[in-house]
Design a protein around this ligand. Structure first.
Ligand code: PLP
Length: 408
C-alpha cells in the first residue's frame, strides 16, 4: 500500500513525552539488576544526588514509579488533612486537573484566576502566568490561616506560559502567611530555570517524560524541611505515597518497594547528559529553541497562546488558530500527511490551538523540519498566512548562536 510514512522517524513534537535520545534508550536496555543488591545502592544514591542538583536543592527528592499525576497526589496527601483549604491558581488545563484532584481527596481548593476572556475569545487566565498580587491579596484576608498550601504550576503545558515562582514566595511572605508553597514543574524541570531552595518552594512535583528526556513512568517530589515537618502531623491517609519510609531507605540508596530499575538507568544517563552540559546551557538551549519557534509563529501572523512576552515557555509554544479553523482537524492532517504529532488544545482551548514542543532529543534541524510540517499543513488547510515562518526561523537559527543566548 502507498504510505507516506513508510520510512524515517516519527516526529514526536508534543510537549512531552519528548523524544528519547539514543544514549538513554541504550542505558534503559541493560539487564535489570537486584534492587536489594550491592550495585543498586550506587545507582540509587547517584540518581538522587543528581536530581538534587537539577532541582537545585539540598533536601530529599522522592522518586515514585508513577506518572506525574501520582506525584501530584503524593504532594497533597503527605501534607494535608481532610477538609484543609488550599489556594490554587488557574493557569490552564493542568492547574485545573490538580484542583479537581484536590477536591476528590476531600480538600477544599479555592481556584484563583485572572477574570474575563480576551479578543481571541479565550480565557485571560489561560494566556498569562500566575498573578502573585492576587495571591497576596487573598492570603491577607485569611487572618485565621486556614489555607494550608498555595499550589501553582510553573510551566503550564496546556498553554506554553510560565509563572514567576519566586514572586509567589514573596507574596506569601509579604502577607505573613504560613502556607506551604507547592509547585508543579512536571514540564519545566531540566528545560526552564527552576530553583527549589532559592525560591523557597516546599514541595516541587515533576516527571520523567519532559525535560529529562526519559520515557514516562517515574515522577518526583522535592521536599523542604517545612514540608517534611508538615507530613508528620497531616492526617489524609497515605501509605504508598508516604515520604517518611522512602526518604529513610533512600539514605542507603534503596527503596521500600521495587523501583523502576531500568528507568533509573535511563535517569542516571539523563542526569549525566544534563549535568555534563550544565544547567545554564540547558536553559539557554531551550530558550533559543522557543525564540526560534516564536519567530516562525510571528511570521505566519498567528497569535501565541501566551499573551505576555515576559513569560513565554522555553519548552513549548501554543499557537492559536484563526476563528473557524479547527485546530484538531489541522493536527490530524499534519499527522496523516507528514508523520508529525503536535499537542492538542486541552480543556477550554479544545480545537482553538495546537502546541509545538521544543524539548527532548531535538536540534535546530529537527525543529526546522517540524516547522516545515506545520507550515505545509497550515497551507493545505487553507489558513491564510502573513508570510513564511520556515524562512524566518531559518534566519533566526542561522543568525543566533547559542553563546549569544547564553550570555544575555
Ligand atoms: N502537570 C503538568 C504541567 C503536565 O504537563 C502533566 C502532563 O503532561 C501533568 C501534570 C500530568 O502528568 P502525567 O500525565 O505524567 O500523569
Amino acid at each position: 500500500a502507498l504510505d507516506d510514512h513508510a520510512s524515517g522517524r516519527h516526529f514526536l513534537q508534543i510537549p512531552g513525552p519528548s523524544p528519547v535520545p539514543d544514549r538513554i534508550l541504550r542505558a534503559i536496555s541493560l539487564p535489570t539488576i537486584d534492587h536489594r543488591g550491592p550495585e543498586f545502592a550506587t545507582l540509587g544514591k547517584k540518581v538522587i544526588g543528581g536530581l538534587q542538583q537539577v532541582f537545585q536543592t539540598e533536601h530529599p527528592v522522592v522518586i515514585y514509579p508513577a506518572s506525574g499525576t501520582g506525584a501530584w497526589e503524593a504532594a497533597l496527601v503527605n501534607v494535608a488533612s481532610p477538609g484543609d483549604s488550599l489556594l490554587m491558581y488557574e493557569t490552564g488545563h493542568f492547574a485545573s486537573l490538580w484542583q479537581k484532584m484536590a477536591q476528590r481527596l476531600g480538600l477544599e481548593p479555592e481556584f484563583l484566576a485572572l477574570p474575563g476572556i480576551d479578543e481571541t475569545g479565550l480565557p485571560r487566565s489561560w494566556r498569562h502566568g500566575v498573578q502573585a498580587d492576587l495571591i497576596e491579596e487573598r492570603l491577607r484576608k485569611d487572618g485565621a490561616h486556614r489555607i494550608k498550601a498555595v499550589c501553582v504550576v510553573h510551566n503550564e503545558t496546556s498553554t506554553g506560559v510560565t509563572s514567576d515562582i519566586a514572586a509567589v514566595r514573596r507574596a506569601i511572605d509579604a502577607a505573613g502567611h504560613p502556607a506551604l508553597l507547592m509547585v508543579d514543574t512536571i514540564s519545566g524541570l531540566a528545560s526552564a530555570d527552576y530553583r527549589h531552595d532559592a525560591w523557597g518552594v516546599d514541595v516541587t512535583v515533576s516527571g520523567s517524560q519532559k525535560g529529562l528526556m526519559l520515557p514516562p513512568g517515574i515522577s518526583f517530589n522535592a521536599l523542604s524541611p517545612k514540608a517534611i515537618e508538615a507530613a508528620r502531623t497531616a492526617r489524609l491517609p497515605k501509605a504508598f505515597w508516604a515520604w517518611d519510609e522512602i526518604v529513610e531507605m533512600n539514605k542507603g540508596g534503596y527503596w521500600p518497594c521495587t523501583p523502576s530499575t531500568n528507568l533509573l538507568y535511563g535517569l542516571s544517563e539523563a542526569l549525566d547528559m544534563v549535568l555534563e552540559q550544565g544547567l545554564p546551557a540547558v536553559f539557554a538551549r531551550h530558550q533559543r529553541w522557543g525564540e526560534g519557534v516564536r519567530t516562525a509563529v510571528r511570521a505566519w501572523g498567528l497569535p501565541t497562546q501566551c499573551a505576555d512576552e515576559r513569560v513565554h515557555s522555553p519548552v513549548l509554544t501554543g499557537v492559536i488558530t484563526p476563528q473557524g479553523v479547527d485546530a484538531d482537524a489541522l493536527r490530524r492532517l499534519i499527522h496523516e500527511r507528514f508523520d508529525l504529532s503536535l499537542g492538542a488544545g486541552l480543556g477550554k482551548l479544545r480545537g482553538r490551538m495546537f502546541r509545538i514542543g521544543h524539548l527532548g532529543d531535538c536540534n535546530d534541524l529537527t525543529l526546522m523540519a517540524a516547522l516545515t510540517g506545520v507550515e505545509m499543513g497550515l497551507k493545505l488547510a487553507g489558513v491564510p498566512l502573513a508570510g513564511s515562518g520556515v524562512l524566518a526561523a531559518m534566519a533566526f537559527f542561522a543568525g543566533t548562536p547559542l553563546v549569544d543566548v547564553a550570555s544575555r
